[in-house]
Design a protein around this ligand. Structure first.
Ligand SMILES: Cc1ncc(COP(=O)(O)O)c(C=O)c1O
Length: 487
């Protein structure tokens, strides 16, 4: 293992990850420690998060409703979590509110509702957005897409021209803090400056960015401030069903919430409603206090470890992976740009192999090597079409096939994405596996399912349904192989 790429502080992080030693079955009957290279989808849970949740469970009770001591403790923990989230993104409580919800998608939908957009209001959305930061806007306003160049940067001239063309009608620019496809880091503060100069607001979807880099919303008097930021706890080592929206207080102190009911009101008469102040107005129903506590515990842990440490380690991993992947014949990278130091990218690397379809590569990595990656279009179809250079005719043909229930030709990429727990050893295992897969050295045959497009390995030693069951203890070894099998 290369020390340069594994500073001791970060290597020790592995022990803080729940399930880091979990073994998974591979073809041939053995078990291997799972190599998680799919952190952009969801990260594993941090030990500190689980410990804090367990500690909190003794105090768990209803939030904002009960007079009992435990309710008061739970309410205080929930409000403490709000403060921790605000500090994490550089928000100040006079100008911003923290609203908890179930995930980043819900948070973005909430802003799209609460901005009270008219159908001819314009929202500019970058072409690299996750569907969760595109479709909500399409439902409520006129969306214009800002193109991105090969490296992932916004097409500056087109952006300016859209701002000019729709001057006075652009209400918001929605852009990701980091692409979930390529890891590209747009210069969000420079974009914010242009957005504000045009009299609009900016929403930055930080679902990907938050576990990897510092976020600083800045005060509203700073021309480069961020008006709305969204977080996703399951990508931040705290998968307990929470997301957070941090946004301008003036937006949420007025208007009506999209979800109405308990918790959102000050007073209800038979024919009148007085809405509660922010943020309660926007948190309908009983809140997920456990999720909020978990998210705050994750933030504390990330901050203790140091976001700069995490960023440096993951940049090293990315550099190392690019070096290793470059040696694999027929491997093509997408959107990696020309900053190998990682200053413009997270550790997210999409690629294809010339010799094997993306679905088969992902299936073989799992079935033969116990390596988890994601393949496909990553909920960013417009960006994938752009990256893959698909023509309109190709897209039309594909949609026709999909409409007929045949997903076998769905194009896509294979994506690896690092968390702070990954090591160069993980990358070495991946590279060795990819060399073999690229050379056609597969341990079994793979059947492609027509409906899903997925590849299924023949002879898998264990069905995933048998590894874990709520109602019975399964066969799965948790932290070591079953007797007599190799590690
Ligand atoms: C960039 C980006 N935005 C938004 C989302 C949606 O996040 P959530 O699952 O919290 O709704 C994702 C999830 O993959 C994402 O990668």
């Amino acid at each position: 293992m290369n020390q340069m790429h594994n500073p001791p502080q970060v290597a020790s992080l592995r022990s803080r990850i729940v399930g880091i030693d979990q073994q998974v079955p591979v073809l041939g009957g053995g078990w291997r420690p799972y190599v998680n290279l799919d952190n952009a989808a969801s990260t594993p849970v941090l030990r500190e998060v689980l410990d804090t949740v367990n500690r909190f469970m003794d105090w768990y009770s209803s939030v904002h409703r009960g007079a009992g001591f435990k309710s008061q403790v739970a309410t205080a923990a929930y409000e403490e979590a709000r403060g921790i989230v605000a500090d994490f993104v550089g928000a100040n409580r006079d100008e911003h509110v923290v609203i908890f919800g179930k995930n980043a998608t819900e948070a973005i939908n909430k802003v799209s509702w609460r901005l009270n957009l008219a159908p001819d209001d314009v929202v500019l959305v970058s072409q690299m957005e996750h569907h969760s930061n595109d479709l909500p806007w399409r439902a409520r306003a006129r969306v214009e897409h800002i193109g991105v160049d090969d490296s992932g940067a916004l097409e500056e001239a087109q952006f300016d021209s859209l701002l000019r063309q729709h001057a006075g009608r652009v209400r918001l620019v929605a852009v990701t803090g980091a692409s979930n496809v390529t890891g590209y880091l747009p210069d969000i503060h420079a974009i914010a400056r242009r957005v504000h100069a045009a009299g609009a607001q900016i929403l930055v979807d930080c679902a990907q960015l938050a576990p990897h880099r510092r976020i600083d919303m800045r005060g509203l008097d700073d021309p480069e401030h961020l008006d709305y930021v969204t977080l996703s706890a399951h990508k931040m080592y705290a998968p307990f069903g929470t997301g957070a929206l941090i946004g301008r207080r003036d937006t949420f102190e007025q208007g009506e919430p999209e979800h109405r009911g308990g918790g959102t009101i000050d007073f209800v008469g038979l024919d009148s409603v007085s809405w509660a102040p922010a943020p309660d107005r926007d948190e309908a129903g009983t809140p997920n206090v456990v999720g909020a506590v978990a998210l705050a515990a994750a933030i504390k842990a990330l901050s203790d470890i140091g976001m700069d440490h995490i960023a440096a380690h993951e940049a090293d991993l990315r550099g190392y992976a690019l070096e290793r992947l470059a040696r694999i014949g027929g491997l093509r990278l997408y959107g990696t740009g020309d900053a190998p130091d990682g200053s413009r990218h997270l550790g997210v690397i999409p690629f294809t192999l010339a010799t094997q379809p993306h679905g088969l590569v992902a299936a073989a990595l799992s079935a033969e090597y116990g390596i988890g990656v994601r393949n496909g279009c990553f909920c960013a179809h417009p960006y994938l079409i752009r990256l893959l250079g698909l023509s309109q005719a190709e897209v039309a043909k594909l949609r026709a096939a999909m409409a007929g229930g045949d997903r076998r030709a769905v194009p896509g990429l294979v994506r690896i994405s690092f968390g702070m727990h990954n090591s160069t050893g993980d990358i070495d295992q991946l590279a060795t596996a990819l060399e073999r897969i690229a050379a056609g050295r597969l341990a079994t045959t793979y059947r492609q399912d027509r409906d899903s497009g997925d590849y299924i390995a023949e002879g898998l030693p264990m069905d995933p349904d048998d590894a874990f069951s709520i109602s019975r203890r399964g066969l799965s070894p948790t932290a070591g192989p079953a007797p007599g099998v190799r590690g």
